[in-house]
Design a protein around this ligand. Structure first.
Ligand code: ATP
Ligand code: MG
Length: 305
């Protein structure tokens, strides 16, 4: 079952929402591959890390069976299968190691437009369509609500129109799919994103070190992902106030613009700061209102602290 192996094997989704961002993240961590002809196996060239391309639903099981050491999968799939195993009395076989920040969505109830959400009064006796029966069942059990769970593998949002259920519990990102079926999202059952999943126990032999190295690199990439170099000019006197607006910034580099003659520029400074949060237009506008000028946001390619 857990044969000795000296190469790490990672399962990723073959084709779907998580495929491309997963490959991009691994490439940013310095991995490169040789694709097999059928594109189901990518042989790692720069590191002894191979990829197996599969259906996302198969990823937790591949980790549980020791076929793969790690996997990139939606938290929704990982938690669903974990609860399902628990309900069969099986021991935990996999766990989440890292949130990866892409593939964000929420597992939510979708109810008819004209309902007021009141789960305790409303849900008993209803039929709820979902692809996540274990997650939904646990949510209901925790609240002592007795409703029937109608398991569907896809097109869950059609179930109320087809008379198979009164409401749904489904993945939502924009809410557009629900809206076009005259349903509205009302309560979050699970906040999801793509995660790095691994076995419940430790990874064995030489693969432990490779996994360690990979996770350190992933941490570096993820930390830098939203980071930007922010540059602007401002009167020196308001710097403390501006830095309060930048709680996610590293200590800035501050350069005097007056060349020694304070009178010419009224003590203006130019400033550079590495910011770790998303630098949105709103934040730039806020800085401008507070007195910053010439705001410029630059991408950061690599960072070696
Ligand atoms: P597969 O063929 O691999 O089984 P799939 O159809 O199950 O593919 P996708 O639709 O590609 O899977 O979704 C993969 C994951 O993307 C989901 O499990 C979820 O974590 C995430 N995701 C993000 N936004 C959404 C969304 N709006 N709807 C569904 N999944 C989403
Ligand atoms: Mg799937």
């Amino acid at each position: 079952r857990d044969q000795l192996r000296d190469r790490l094997r990672i399962a990723i989704q073959k084709s779907g929402r998580l495929s491309e961002p997963a490959l991009a993240l691994l490439a940013a961590a310095g991995l490169s591959w040789q694709e097999s002809r059928d594109k189901l196996f990518y042989y790692g060239e720069s590191l002894p890390i191979d990829l197996l391309l599969v259906r996302d639903d198969d990823i937790p099981g591949l980790i549980a069976d020791g076929v793969c050491d790690l996997g990139f999968v939606g938290r929704n799939v990982l938690v669903e299968q974990d609860y399902e195993r628990q309900s069969r009395g099986e021991a935990p076989a996999f766990r989440e190691l890292r949130g990866l920040g892409f593939g964000r969505c929420k597992l939510m109830f979708g109810i008819p437009d004209d309902w007021e959400w009141d789960p305790q009064a409303q849900l008993p006796g209803t039929r709820i369509a979902t692809s996540y029966p274990a997650l939904l069942s646990r949510w209901l059990a925790e609240r002592n609500i007795e409703a029937s769970v109608v398991t569907m593998s896809g097109s869950v949002e059609l179930a109320p129109r087809l008379g198979q259920a009164e409401l749904v519990c489904d993945l939502v990102s924009s809410g557009a799919t629900l809206a076009s079926n005259r349903l509205k999202p009302v309560e979050v059952v699970l906040d999801s994103e793509a995660v790095l999943a691994g076995p419940a126990g430790a990874i064995a032999d030489a693969r432990a070190g490779i996994a360690e190295l990979l996770m350190r690199r992933l941490d570096g990439v993820l930390k830098l992902r939203d980071s930007k170099l922010l540059m602007f000019q401002a009167p020196r006197a308001i710097l403390p106030h501006l830095m309060q607006l930048l709680p996610d910034a590293e200590p800035p580099t501050v350069m005097s613009l007056d060349g020694g003659t304070q009178t010419r520029t009224d003590g203006d400074v130019a400033l550079q700061a590495l910011c770790h949060g998303a630098m949105t237009w709103q934040r730039l506008e806020e800085l401008k209102r507070a007195g910053a000028r010439g705001l410029m946001v630059l991408p950061v390619e690599r960072l070696l602290a």
